[in-house]
Ligand binder design. Structure first.
Ligand code: ASP
Ligand code: MG
Length: 470
């Protein structure tokens, strides 16, 4: 069971989380709990690190001091037992003392290396996991804290470390199975890990889901539950389109495709350890535990509508390259991609013709430098404020006329680039950011008018229409 930042953001959230886990224990399950840092803590730790690295020692320590109070207050409110409470506050103070030491050192050295950055952000999950453990104990669970860094072993690519599967497959059961056999509930931080030398690493932003899946995979869990603050994967963003429906079942492939395209529900790599072992992943809402959420499985049942979900990724830039030199040559695309590689800039979507290439990337500050390098190869133009609309569904395979329906639904909007993936389960196109919301509403109206009740939660929509009188 992995709980995200909002599921541990304050005493009330941690209380809800405890009740959910206790519920699983009462069902005779043996849960392992993975938690994120309390909401926004990772961002604030990174801000403290930046402040220290630019010489703003006082600013860095002020952020740390605010975080210390927040964690202390949370602990005090949650833990009424005096002995446990005192021990927990002591632990929190020790952690913050050592964080402050790192920040002071950083403010003297003025160089933030990826290694120090990982050390600093690791405090978020170290603290949240220990607070949650004691809070669980206070609520009658036999919880045992496990330092994730002892069992999630990675390489040394700080900030984006790669888990070493073989070691993890050995260490995770070695450490966790005995605890489960003793009837304990192991609680650990997500996202944080260590390299073989014992230095703290992290799995990349949002990496707690990944930890959840790695642990679930290594232990051959019955299921991996990702607890967040939404009801699951939706047909589209309900803030943009109030008609959005919960998707009850979706395939691994579809969910991965959506994750890549910015549906923030889960980390794309979550999918891999689960897929390999055929373990279902459930996305659930800790604010609405009664909701069944979304079940992600290897083979989704057939669905009457071609698409399961519409995702949008904003803040993109489009780069157009035109070069008549490209005509009939080879190796040209390689040269172009080498430029992106050099700048470590991921490319989202590519369209080519014989003499032109269009690519999309996240709008970023390296763009002028990238364009300068590309201009040695071709005429370059780049433009920001673009959005990528990505329609995902396995049932578009082999169906005729889907593209016509898609582009008919957005016929009033200027489409800049189109791609239908080799996976044949997604259809993506690029438009102006300002047109994105309108495009989503039109597409949703076109494809989810009569949703298949075996795949989508139509009950919620019915209830909504009763309430709103529609
Ligand atoms: N706390 C980390 C982050 O904010 C990891 C996570 O929450 O998944 O990126
Ligand atoms: Mg998260």
């Amino acid at each position: 069971m992995k709980f995200g930042g909002t599921s541990v953001e304050d005493p009330a959230a941690i209380g809800r989380t405890a009740a959910i886990v206790a519920g699983r224990v009462a069902q005779g399950k043996n849960p392992i709990v993975v938690v994120s840092a309390m909401a926004k803590v990772t961002d604030q730790l990174l801000r403290a690190a930046d402040a220290a690295a630019t010489g703003d020692r006082a600013g860095a320590l002020a952020i740390s001091s605010r975080l210390r109070s927040r964690h202390r207050d949370t602990a005090t409110e949650l833990v009424k037992n005096r002995e446990d409470g005192c021990a927990l506050i002591n632990m929190i103070d020790q952690e913050f003392d050592s964080l402050d030491e790192v920040l002071r050192g950083l403010a003297a050295i003025l160089e933030l290396t990826p290694r120090i950055s990982d050390l600093i952000v690791s405090f978020g999950e170290r603290l949240s996991s220990q607070i949650v453990t004691v809070a669980f104990r206070e609520r009658g669970m036999n919880a045992a804290h496990v330092d994730a860094r002892e069992i999630i072993i990675t390489d040394s690519q700080f900030k984006r470390a790669i888990p070493q599967d073989e070691i993890i497959e050995r260490k995770v059961p070695e450490k966790l199975l005995p605890l489960l056999h003793e009837g304990k509930v192991p609680v650990m931080g997500g996202f944080i890990a260590s390299n073989e030398a014992g230095l703290t690493t992290t799995l990349g932003r949002g990496g707690s889901d990944f930890t959840g899946a790695i642990v679930g995979g290594a232990i051959n869990a019955e299921a991996i539950e990702i607890w967040t603050d939404v009801d699951g994967i939706m047909t589209t963003d309900p803030r943009v389109c109030p008609d959005a429906l919960r998707v009850k079942t979706i395939s691994f492939e579809e969910a991965a495709e959506l994750a890549y395209f910015g549906a923030k529900v889960l980390h794309p790599a979550t999918i891999l350890p689960a897929v390999k072992k055929n373990i279902p992943v459930l996305v659930l809402n800790s604010r609405n535990a009664a909701c069944e959420g979304t079940r992600i499985v290897s083979l989704a049942p057939h669905c009457k509508s071609p698409f399961k979900s519409i995702a949008v990724k904003k803040k993109l830039s489009i780069i157009d390259l035109v070069a008549s030199r490209m005509l009939m040559t080879h190796g040209y695309l390689r040269q172009i991609f080498e430029v992106f590689d050099k700048h470590k800039c991921p490319v989202d979507m590519v369209s080519t013709s014989e003499v032109s290439v269009s690519l999309t990337v996240d709008s970023n500050s390296h763009l002028p430098a990238i364009a300068a390098d590309l201009s040695k190869l071709a005429d370059v133009k780049y433009e920001g404020k673009k959005a990528l609309v990505c329609m995902v569904g396995e049932d578009i395979r082999g169906q005729n006329g889907i593209a016509a329906q898609v582009f008919n639904a957005v016929r009033h909007i200027n489409v800049r680039m189109i791609s239908q993936g080799a996976s044949e389960i997604n259809m993506s196109f690029m438009i102006e950011e300002d047109d994105a919301d309108e495009a989503v509403r039109s597409l949703h109206a076109a494809f989810f008018q009569e949703p298949d009740p075996t795949i989508f939660d139509v009950e919620a929509r019915k209830q909504l229409s009763v309430v709103s009188g529609r």
